[in-house]
Design a protein around this ligand. Structure first.
Ligand code: C2E
Ligand code: MG
Ligand code: MG
Ligand code: MG
Length: 296
């Protein structure tokens, strides 16, 4: 029986492995055509100032709408795009699309906001990155201060000297930078001071657990204090509840992003949200921002 079940298990693993390989192969083959077939879109998620309640920026998040696979989540294809190198071309499209869209909102008379784009390790190492970002800015006409690049912690900590040099060049161009998923990789605090970035983004795994795990809460409070004392602004990702919002406000986190305020929206939906000037209610004791703010 043990032998039998062992064999069944092995067959199960083999089948699972084959289907994983098959899925990967299929995703890879399909992804090669995704751009040319116009299957990629960007969704935009607002970033909100916790003190004033105003929308202060947005993150562009990639979506792949495939005719038969349906909506494929970035978790399933970003890794494949990285390994095959397709991410370089896709990333270029993402940066350009985000710049042009942001410029279109500004030209439509909306308050200028910063758009953040995620940059993967492969793109970051690509020697053409700076030139391509520059081209996206000049072709769209977007002022560099309205573009932000999000770099993950593991990306910048992997080769610190190289990363510091690239980050400094990008900063000199006038672009904002943030360290994404902060706390999930390993960061040497000594290295953190070398990066002239604007934001630390507290990873959503901490936000999710901070109200039930006292040690996680301690980490969140420490990251807020550490980040701010090093001159960064701190933003919390994945805020889903009023209680999380209240906790982050109490501990003076700067900004937040999460389903509580809004899921990532297609460009037209995001434009409507901006036009409605919907914000969070300001923190108690704060004067409302000079725009209409509504309770959630
Ligand atoms: P990320 O950059 O850390 O983005 C945040 C993720 O959290 C997004 O998932 C977002 O939809 C999700 N999120 C936001 N608020 C909440 C919330 O309140 N609760 C929960 N549970 N989730 C929330 P998404 O869009 O699936 O993207 C996943 C990851 O894929 C991103 O993580 C980023 O690493 C990568 N990614 C997405 N778009 C791009 C892109 O254009 N280029 C690159 N290189 N990577 C991208
Ligand atoms: Mg991000
Ligand atoms: Mg993140
Ligand atoms: Mg994340």
């Amino acid at each position: 029986r043990a032998k039998e079940s062992g064999r069944n298990q092995l067959q199960f693993y083999e089948a699972a492995m084959h289907s994983r390989i098959a899925e990967r192969t299929m995703i890879e083959a399909e992804l090669r055509h995704a751009l040319a077939r116009d299957q990629l879109r960007l969704h935009y998620q607002p970033k909100v100032d916790l003190r004033t309640g105003a929308v202060v920026g947005m993150e562009a998040l990639l979506r792949w709408q495939h005719p038969t696979l349906g909506m494929v989540s970035p978790a399933r294809f970003i890794g494949v795009a990285e390994e095959t190198g397709l991410i370089v071309e896709i990333g270029r499209w993402v940066t350009r699309t985000a710049c042009f869209q942001n410029m279109a909102w500004q030209q439509a008379g909306l308050t200028p906001l910063r758009v953040a784009v995620n940059v993967s390790a492969r793109q970051f190492r690509d020697p053409g990155l700076r030139r391509e970002v520059q081209a996206a800015l000049s072709d769209s006409g977007l002022d560099p201060r309205y573009l932000e690049l999000e770099l993950t912690e593991s990306l910048v900590m992997h080769n610190v000297d190289g990363a510091v040099a690239v980050v400094k060049e990008l900063k000199r161009m006038g672009i904002a930078l943030s360290i994404d998923d902060f706390g999930t990789g390993y960061s040497s605090l000594a290295y953190l001071k070398l990066f002239p970035v604007d934001y630390l983004k507290i990873d959503q795994s901490f936000v999710r657990e901070m109200l039930t795990e006292p040690k996680v809460a301690a980490i969140v409070r420490s990251v807020i204090a550490l980040g701010q004392s090093l001159g960064f602004k701190v933003i919390a990702e994945g805020v889903e509840t009023e209680a999380q919002l209240a906790y982050l406000r109490r501990h003076q986190c700067d900004d937040m992003q999460g389903y509580l305020f809004s899921k990532p929206l297609p460009a037209d939906g995001f434009g409507e949200l901006l036009r409605s000037e919907r914000g969070l209610a300001p923190a108690p004791g704060e004067t409302p921002a000079d725009q209409q703010t509504l309770l959630l």
